[in-house]
Design a binder for this molecule. Structure first.
Ligand code: ARG
Length: 502
């Protein structure tokens, strides 16, 4: 099958996520439908402890740490509170991930939230998750990362004034198109881009940390003292500051999408989480200190691209390295995100959850082109109509509803499925705490500053049910859909995977 064909070639962090989440879902659906196709689907367990850690760290470190520190300072108005929020976001991600470790070692099929919702609540909530992640979560991730890419790419060429928004948006669109092309062209090309760019990302992180250490050694500690002098921020402001920080940590649940591919998952899943997330938290804390060693909080807020300002201060003639490595790093993240998004869409539609055409693959290139194009179109619209900050808020709000949902799933299953084997059992207080915090994160910004966007987000999630009942549960297909499918099949040269011999 298609999925099988690519598990062998899949190498980069996001790949495995995509591949397995696809097969995990498919496996489930096949079981559900009693199909015999199941035989051909098996995944190799190739992810050991090292790649598990790399998978978490590689996904988490993306655009956020190069963009969010200024936003966090604006929202909290204080260096000290910002720093505490950075640490708290790391801790929250760790606690969330530990809860996911119980879920992932208990239900060992890939697909994370989808699989847990299916077990705990049944198909309708699981459908709502794939509906929202395909239409909103994955495309908004893509849009945010491409906008950050553009901000840094453009910033490298302007020094005197702020670059025009329209230029940034055009460059971001260009990034969406380039990444779409790469991923439609071949899976191998997508992977090569992913691996090279992940390495570059780590170099960027190291440059910042070393630069900061150098500045501190010179005695530049003035912006780090008196960190708590400003008035305390409001409850809602803290919640939105968390959104900004948590974006940089997003991806902590990534290994749960690939459980089927982890060697000895009951040991390696919790271990990778316990190593990976504190490592990222440490990097982020050090990077924040480095920024403040090189510039004042005011300068940080005013800077459109902190890492560039940092480079200009510290790297002298090599200042160009900074925007370059950030663009390379964000381009890599966006590539991985689209790769995963395409597979998610592919799997959900194959499940009967989305349009058939989205599960088809290109006849010769074997890439899930319709799914990729579909995502890129939504991402492009988000690039045109959104800003990084608004998209991050929107993303985090929606994502945390589902992360909270997974905590409920964990608690529910302690009651409904007490005898399931749980090789890793998280202390109950942890998921309860994460649930309470996610409730706060979702509710506080609404209470503090009711914005119509939040209502739209909730309505959008629920709107999924309008599609679920007739098209998924009852299995109705309007007659004209066959013609639409045929049209796009001819236009894009794509076929259903079952008709491909591989
Ligand atoms: N944390 C990443 C960043 O700072 C974004 C990760 C997006 N999430 C994902 N599952 N790919 O850019």
């Amino acid at each position: 099958t298609y999925t099988n064909g690519h598990v062998g070639t899949a190498d980069g962090p996001e790949t495995t996520e995509a591949d397995t989440s696809g097969s995990g879902r498919m496996r489930k659906s096949l079981e559900g439908r009693g199909s015999t196709q199941n035989d051909s689907i098996h995944l190799k367990r190739r992810v050991g402890l090292f790649s598990g850690v790399a998978l978490i760290v590689g996904t988490m470190i993306g655009s956020g740490i190069f963009v969010s520190p200024s936003g966090l300072l604006v929202r909290t108005g204080s260096v000290g509170v910002s720093f505490l929020i950075w640490l708290a976001c790391g801790l929250l991600s760790l606690l969330g991930a530990l809860s996911y470790a119980e879920l992932g070692t208990m239900n060992t099929s890939s697909g994370a939230e989808w699989a847990y919702f299916m077990d705990a609540f049944g198909p309708a909530p699981a459908f709502l998750f794939s509906w929202v992640s395909t239409l909103v979560l994955k495309p908004s991730q893509m849009a945010i990362i491409c906008l950050s890419f553009a901000q840094y790419a453009v910033e490298a060429f302007v020094s005197e004034c702020d670059p025009p928004i329209s230029v940034i948006k055009m460059v971001a669109l260009l990034a969406v198109i380039m990444i779409l092309f790469v991923n439609c062209y071949s899976v191998d090309l997508g992977m090569a881009v992913q691996n090279i760019f992940t390495a570059a990302k780590l170099v960027a992180v190291l440059i910042v940390i070393c630069g900061g250490a150098y500045k501190l050694a010179q005695g530049n500690v003035q912006h780090l003292t008196n960190a708590f002098n400003n008035p305390a921020p409001s409850v809602g402001a803290v919640a939105t500051a968390f959104y900004t920080g948590l974006w940089a940590y997003d991806g902590w649940n990534n290994l749960n999408y690939v459980t089927e591919e982890i060697q000895n998952p009951s040991k390696n899943l919790p271990r990778s989480i316990i190593i990976g997330i504190p490592l990222v938290t440490l990097c982020y804390a050090l990077i924040n200190i480095s920024y403040l060693a090189a510039m004042s909080p005011i300068e940080m807020i005013e800077s459109e691209a902190v890492a560039v300002t940092f480079g200009n201060r510290i790297l002298g003639a090599l200042a160009w390295l900074m925007p370059l490595s950030v663009t390379v790093s964000t381009f890599g993240s966006a590539n991985g995100t689209l790769f995963a998004a395409g597979r998610l869409c592919f799997a959900a539609s194959r499940e009967g959850h989305l349009l058939d055409i989205l599960s088809y693959v290109h006849v010769r290139r074997l890439t899930p082109a319709p799914g990729l194009i579909f995502h890129s179109l939504i991402a492009a619209a988000m690039v045109l109509y959104g800003t990084i900050d608004s998209l991050i808020d929107f993303f985090s709000f929606t994502a945390w509803i589902f992360y909270g949902g997974s905590m409920v799933a964990l608690l529910v299953m302690r009651y409904t499925k007490p005898n399931y084997p749980r090789p890793y059992k998280v202390p109950l207080i942890i998921p309860i705490l994460v649930l309470v915090i996610s409730g706060y994160l979702v509710a506080a910004p609404i209470v503090e500053k009711p914005q119509i966007e939040y209502l739209y987000a909730v309505l959008f999630i629920l709107a999924g049910l309008i599609f679920y009942v007739p098209f998924v549960k009852m299995g109705l297909t309007p007659r004209f859909m066959d013609k639409v499918t045929l049209f796009f099949q001819l236009l894009l040269e794509v076929v259903p995977t079952s008709s491909m011999a591989m």
